[in-house]
Ligand binder design. Structure first.
Ligand code: NDP
Length: 815
């Protein structure tokens, strides 16, 4: 009986304890760990004896040096495996394998390639849990993210590009593969970056050598196994692990036809310079300091969750992280309070715990970078806000952090921290918001929060960034392009524009090593000869800001015809003239803000005015060149026709609405590049000038033009046409003089956003080299010549493509 009483008593006590516990749990809402099982991933590591070789020509190959490095689990600092250190010799082997595999990979055709891509998608999907766990182990990112975001995006990428592979010969028949592609990726989204690189490249018929980041090679190596499993032909995909030096060897390899790089802006610039003049195609996806703009009518509770996704997703190690919070003054304090409260509830811990929000920083090196920059932020006077809880100590963890009272010029407001650190600033007017948002050298993404769709769509085009998310953030899809403006790099991944990075126009094969128009050479006469012949001073001025301008230096150059007879004198522009022209180009946004239809009207008018002066322009060509009058007239007529073509395209080369997998309307809108330098070909003085300048302005750019050095008068005559055709002053600026000297000034100029150069091989190299400082978009001819009279070579959408960049604007729909 006593026993029964005791047991009953104990039962009541136990019951009370449980009720207390439950009450406590309701109060704290705390929950225990929910670890994901890592057995399969460990088995994979063991199957390679935790020591991985390189994947070359379909086989596991020991590194030439025999050296390796360790990869660790950043959540625990435990050693996961040894990774081979590939060197130049290994890169040579891998490139040779890719080169050998290329002809057969091209030959098997679009459908067979589509089948391989589909098989890759299926196989990754089947093994998605293994991939997710391995990625979380190696990188430290929460399993919820790898499972629900990274790996599904990877699978989607391969499926989507299986489709593009199938459509390659019908939808993209004007293009062909580039060849052997070198691809270098960072550690923040290891498998996702791999898929963004490999899927479009092999879908378009290229073969590849990929170097993963040293911290996170494991999922790339598992992917290599998948390639073996599906029987992908040897050499189509090669994976060479290693450090930066391995990447550099790939960049420098002469048989690599294109480099696709994702990583820091610093290394991006090194690669731009290393490939200058080599003819290698290049795409760079670089860093960012993206604005997250909150207007006063935004739904602040949604904004808070947006902030979590913008800066605490993947521990803030996201190139397009919304790391600069710009808040309208009237709601700033309220929002900060809400964010601080939310930070308090975020859970940090082992990446394999399904219940955490924030995982580990990838490595001690990156953790130190974050800590140092945060310390600098405090030293610079910003206010640090962090949650009261402490991070686990067994791995590389850093708490969610919010800086308030930040000055826009402080280091933490300008430099990419690449960690879970948000810096907040306030604005009053919409104009100030745009100004603050664009106050950065980067231009990767922006996120705009307002309940007013008119405001959102007014702001989105004003932000210099490749992606604009409206009331959402960090959404990606294979059907939409992703990539930067300014120092966030150039080129796109995803969408049709992403495919273009792995294709080249077939027409390029028709370019020649020699000028394709047979023109005479201008012979210089002496000053004395000239004056006697003419008696009058015929020095043409330059054209800057819609006005004729004398050269800063006051000098001119004599231009003679082929027969040595004096044609006239042309102003000798210098550095200062280029600077004035760039300034004039920046001071006018009338043209950029005009509609396609509006620009078309002006272009038609230009053509009409040129037609009226057809005879005069033909005579000028005869005067400068050795063409006959009928040849010259043909050049003028072709020029008129070319202007018509671009007038026709001005309102037709437009964007798309993408079918992305989210509930979004995703607009892909071509935007102007900004201020462009145009260095015209020397041959075809009028047609070359028209062919280069007109497409650039068709897309809304303002341009600074350096016309043919030897035959500049068709261009200088043309400003009379510009003056009478409603082209706003500052849209076309013409600076005459020494072509390559002036071109170099343009290429170095930090306020020039893009440059086209048609000239010598050396000149092309200079353009690519000198443009690296501000990451200008360059389009050069590598010393090859187009036949400007051939429409296929001298006009069309290829020109418009290079004169624009695509912004993707994501607008959610549904309540
Ligand atoms: P890094 O630029 O240091 O490295 C990127 C890759 O390049 C790594 O594989 C690296 O090798 C390799 N590499 C380093 N030096 C050279 C070199 N001289 N030549 C060729 N390859 C080289 O960037 P992180 O890996 O540190 O990644 C973080 C950066 O990447 C951030 O700045 C982030 O903004 C940017 N990023 C941009 C993205 C975008 O889409 N725009 C996406 C993701 C990241 P190793 O790692 O072995 O040194």
């Amino acid at each position: 009986m006593l026993l029964v009483v005791i047991l009953h008593h104990l039962d009541i006590q136990w019951h009370n304890i449980n009720i207390m516990k439950i009450k406590e749990i309701y109060d704290t809402m705390a929950y225990g760990p929910a670890p994901e099982n890592a057995d399969e991933a460990i088995q994979f590591l063991e199957s390679h004896k935790r020591s991985f070789k390189l994947f070359i020509n379909g086989k596991w190959t020991a590194a030439s040096s025999g050296e390796s490095f360790k990869t660790i689990n950043p959540s625990t600092k435990e050693h996961l495996a040894n990774i081979s250190e590939g060197n130049e010799a290994d890169v040579n082997k891998a490139v040779a394998a890719a080169k050998k595999a290329l002809p057969e990979w091209v030959k098997i055709g679009a459908h067979q390639r589509a089948r391989y891509l589909y098989a890759l998608a299926r196989q990754i999907q089947k093994h998605s849990r293994l991939f997710a766990v391995l990625e979380s182990l190696d990188n430290g990112k929460p399993i919820r993210e790898t499972r629900d975001i990274d790996i599904p995006i990877v699978v989607r990428h391969f499926y989507h590009h299986a489709g593009w592979a199938q459509l390659r010969d019908t939808e993209l028949k004007e293009y062909k593969e580039v060849g052997v592609i070198g691809q270098i990726i960072p550690w923040n989204f290891p498998l996702m970056m791999l898929s963004w690189k490999i899927a479009p490249a092999i879908a378009m018929g290229n073969t590849i050598v990929l170097k993963p980041a040293e911290f996170t090679s494991l999922t790339a190596l598992l992917f290599a196994e998948i390639c073996q499993q599906i029987g992908l032909p040897n050499g189509v995909v090669n994976i060479v692990t290693g450090h930066g030096k391995t990447g550099a060897a790939l960049v420098d390899h002469k048989d690599v036809n294109k480099i696709a790089f994702t990583g820091s802006t610093e290394v991006g610039k090194i690669i731009r310079r290393a490939t200058a003049g080599s003819g290698k195609k290049l795409s760079l996806e670089l860093g960012g300091k993206s604005p997250f703009i909150v207007f006063e009518d935004a739904d602040l509770d949604s904004v808070v969750e947006g902030v979590v996704d913008a800066i605490w997703f993947n521990q803030g190690q996201v190139c397009c992280a919304g790391s600069r919070l710009l808040v309208q003054e009237s709601v700033a304090d309220k929002l900060y309070k809400k964010i601080r409260a939310r930070m308090e509830t975020l859970r940090i811990g082992n990446a394999l715990d399904k219940g955490i929000d924030i995982g580990a920083i990838v490595d001690s090196v990156q953790l130190k970078v974050i800590k140092d920059l945060v310390k600098l932020g405090v030293d610079e006077g910003s206010t640090l806000n962090q949650p009261s809880w402490k991070c686990p100590t067994e791995g590389y963890f850093y708490p969610p952090t919010l800086f308030t009272d930040v000055s826009p010029s402080s280091t933490i407001a300008q430099e990419e921290i690449f960690g879970p650190v948000l810096v907040a600033m306030r604005f009053r007017s919409h104009k100030e918001a745009v100004k603050l948002a664009n106050n950065t050298r980067y231009g990767l993404a922006c996120s705009i929060w307002t309940e007013n769709i008119n405001l959102a769509l007014d702001i989105a085009p004003q932000i210099k960034a490749g992606t604009a998310w409206i009331n959402c953030t960090n959404v990606f899809d294979a059907a939409a392009g992703f990539g930067g403006y300014r120092e966030s790099g150039f080129g796109r991944e995803g969408g049709r524009e992403g495919l273009m990075e792995y294709l080249k126009p077939r027409i390029n094969d028709a370019f020649s090593d020699k000028p394709q128009i047979n023109l005479g050479k201008a012979i210089k006469a002496t000053n004395g000869q000239m004056k006697q012949q003419t008696g009058i001073d015929r020095t043409t001025k330059m054209y800057i800001g819609g006005k004729q301008a004398r050269p800063d230096g006051g000098y001119s150059t004599i231009i003679n015809s082929i027969n040595g007879t004096y044609v006239g004198e042309v102003s000798k522009g210098n550095r200062k003239d280029i600077r004035n022209a760039v300034e004039a180009a920046h001071s006018c946004n009338k043209w950029e803000n005009n509609t396609g239809h509006g620009r078309a009207q002006v272009l038609y008018y230009l053509a009409e005015n040129l037609a009226i002066r057809r005879e005069e322009f033909a005579d000028r060509l005869v005067q400068m060149t050795n063409q006959t009058k009928s040849e010259a007239t043909k050049e003028v007529d072709l020029s008129i026709e070319r202007i018509y073509t671009y007038a026709a395209l001005a309102d037709k080369y437009d964007g798309k609405v993408h079918h992305t997998i989210h509930r979004n309307v995703t607009l892909a809108m071509p935007e102007s590049i900004g201020v462009m330098g145009i260095v015209c070909p020397d041959e075809a003085p009028l047609l070359g000038f028209i062919s280069a300048v007109i497409p650039a302005i068709t897309m809304g750019n303002n341009v600074v033009v350096i016309p043919s050095e030897k035959m500049p008068f068709s261009a200088t005559d043309f400003y009379q046409i510009l003056e009478t055709s409603d082209v706003p002053g500052g849209t076309v600026n013409i600076v005459t003089g020494h072509k390559n000297e002036l071109a170099q000034v343009l290429a170095k100029h930090d306020d020039v956003d893009g440059i086209w150069y048609f000239g010598s091989k050396e000149g092309c190299k200079d353009m690519e080299l000198l443009s690296a400082d501000n990451m200008k978009r360059t389009w050069v001819n590598y010393g090859k010549y187009r036949n400007w009279q051939d429409k296929a070579q001298g006009e069309g959408e290829e020109f418009l493509k290079h004169a624009s960049q695509i912004k993707n604007i994501w607008i959610p729909y549904g309540a």
